[in-house]
Design a protein around this ligand. Structure first.
Ligand code: SF4
Ligand code: SF4
Length: 163
């Protein structure tokens, strides 16, 4: 009997609490400024070309198989203005299948891809959000400016110079 009463009191108290459920997208909860969003491709301003060589390592390692890429011979390498023999030709990420695991970033040896701050890219259509090379580079370029990103190889070089 006492147990039942306690339960009813607890239910009554709980019913007076302010709801904690936010009805997205009408109500947006605050998110950390440096959150991990969808992956984007990065742009090498020094050579004026993508960092991505189309090596396919990320494509092979992606657990949801949502990426595809093809490489081509880099004309700038033939001209002697780029150290990249190969360069990305076609790249696509099916954002609807990306689980934001970050594996593509971890396995890339060319500083070519990073997890951006972009988290709101959902659609109501199955497979309805595919990003091609142009969009991935444009969004990546904006993210580079926003975050002050410098390549990992450059960061290592900077820290060695400071030592
Ligand atoms: S993003 Fe990196 S791992 Fe993926 S294809 Fe480009 S260079 Fe290779
Ligand atoms: S974050 Fe994970 S799931 Fe998304 S593209 Fe990269 S490897 Fe694939």
């Amino acid at each position: 009997m006492l147990g039942n009463l306690k339960g009813m009191v607890m239910t009554f108290i709980t019913s007076l609490r302010t709801p904690v459920t936010a009805q997205y997208p009408d109500v947006r909860m605050p998110v950390e400024e440096r959150r991990m969003g969808f992956p984007m491709l990065l742009w090498d301003d020094n050579i004026v070309e993508p960092y991505c060589t189309g090596c396919m390592v990320c494509v092979r390692e992606c657990p949801t198989k949502c990426m595809s890429a093809t490489m081509t011979d880099n004309p700038k390498h033939a001209e002697g203005t780029s150290h990249r023999r190969k360069i990305i030709d076609v790249f696509e990420i099916n954002i609807g299948r990306c689980i934001l695991c970050g594996i593509c970033v971890d396995v890339c040896n060319f500083d070519a891809i990073e997890m951006s701050y972009e988290t709101e890219l959902s659609t109501r259509t199955r497979n309805g959000r595919r990003m091609d090379l142009g969009e991935l580079l444009e969004r990546g370029y904006n993210w580079q400016a926003q975050s002050g990103w410098i390549p990992a190889s450059q960061r290592v070089q900077n820290s060695e110079e400071q030592e």
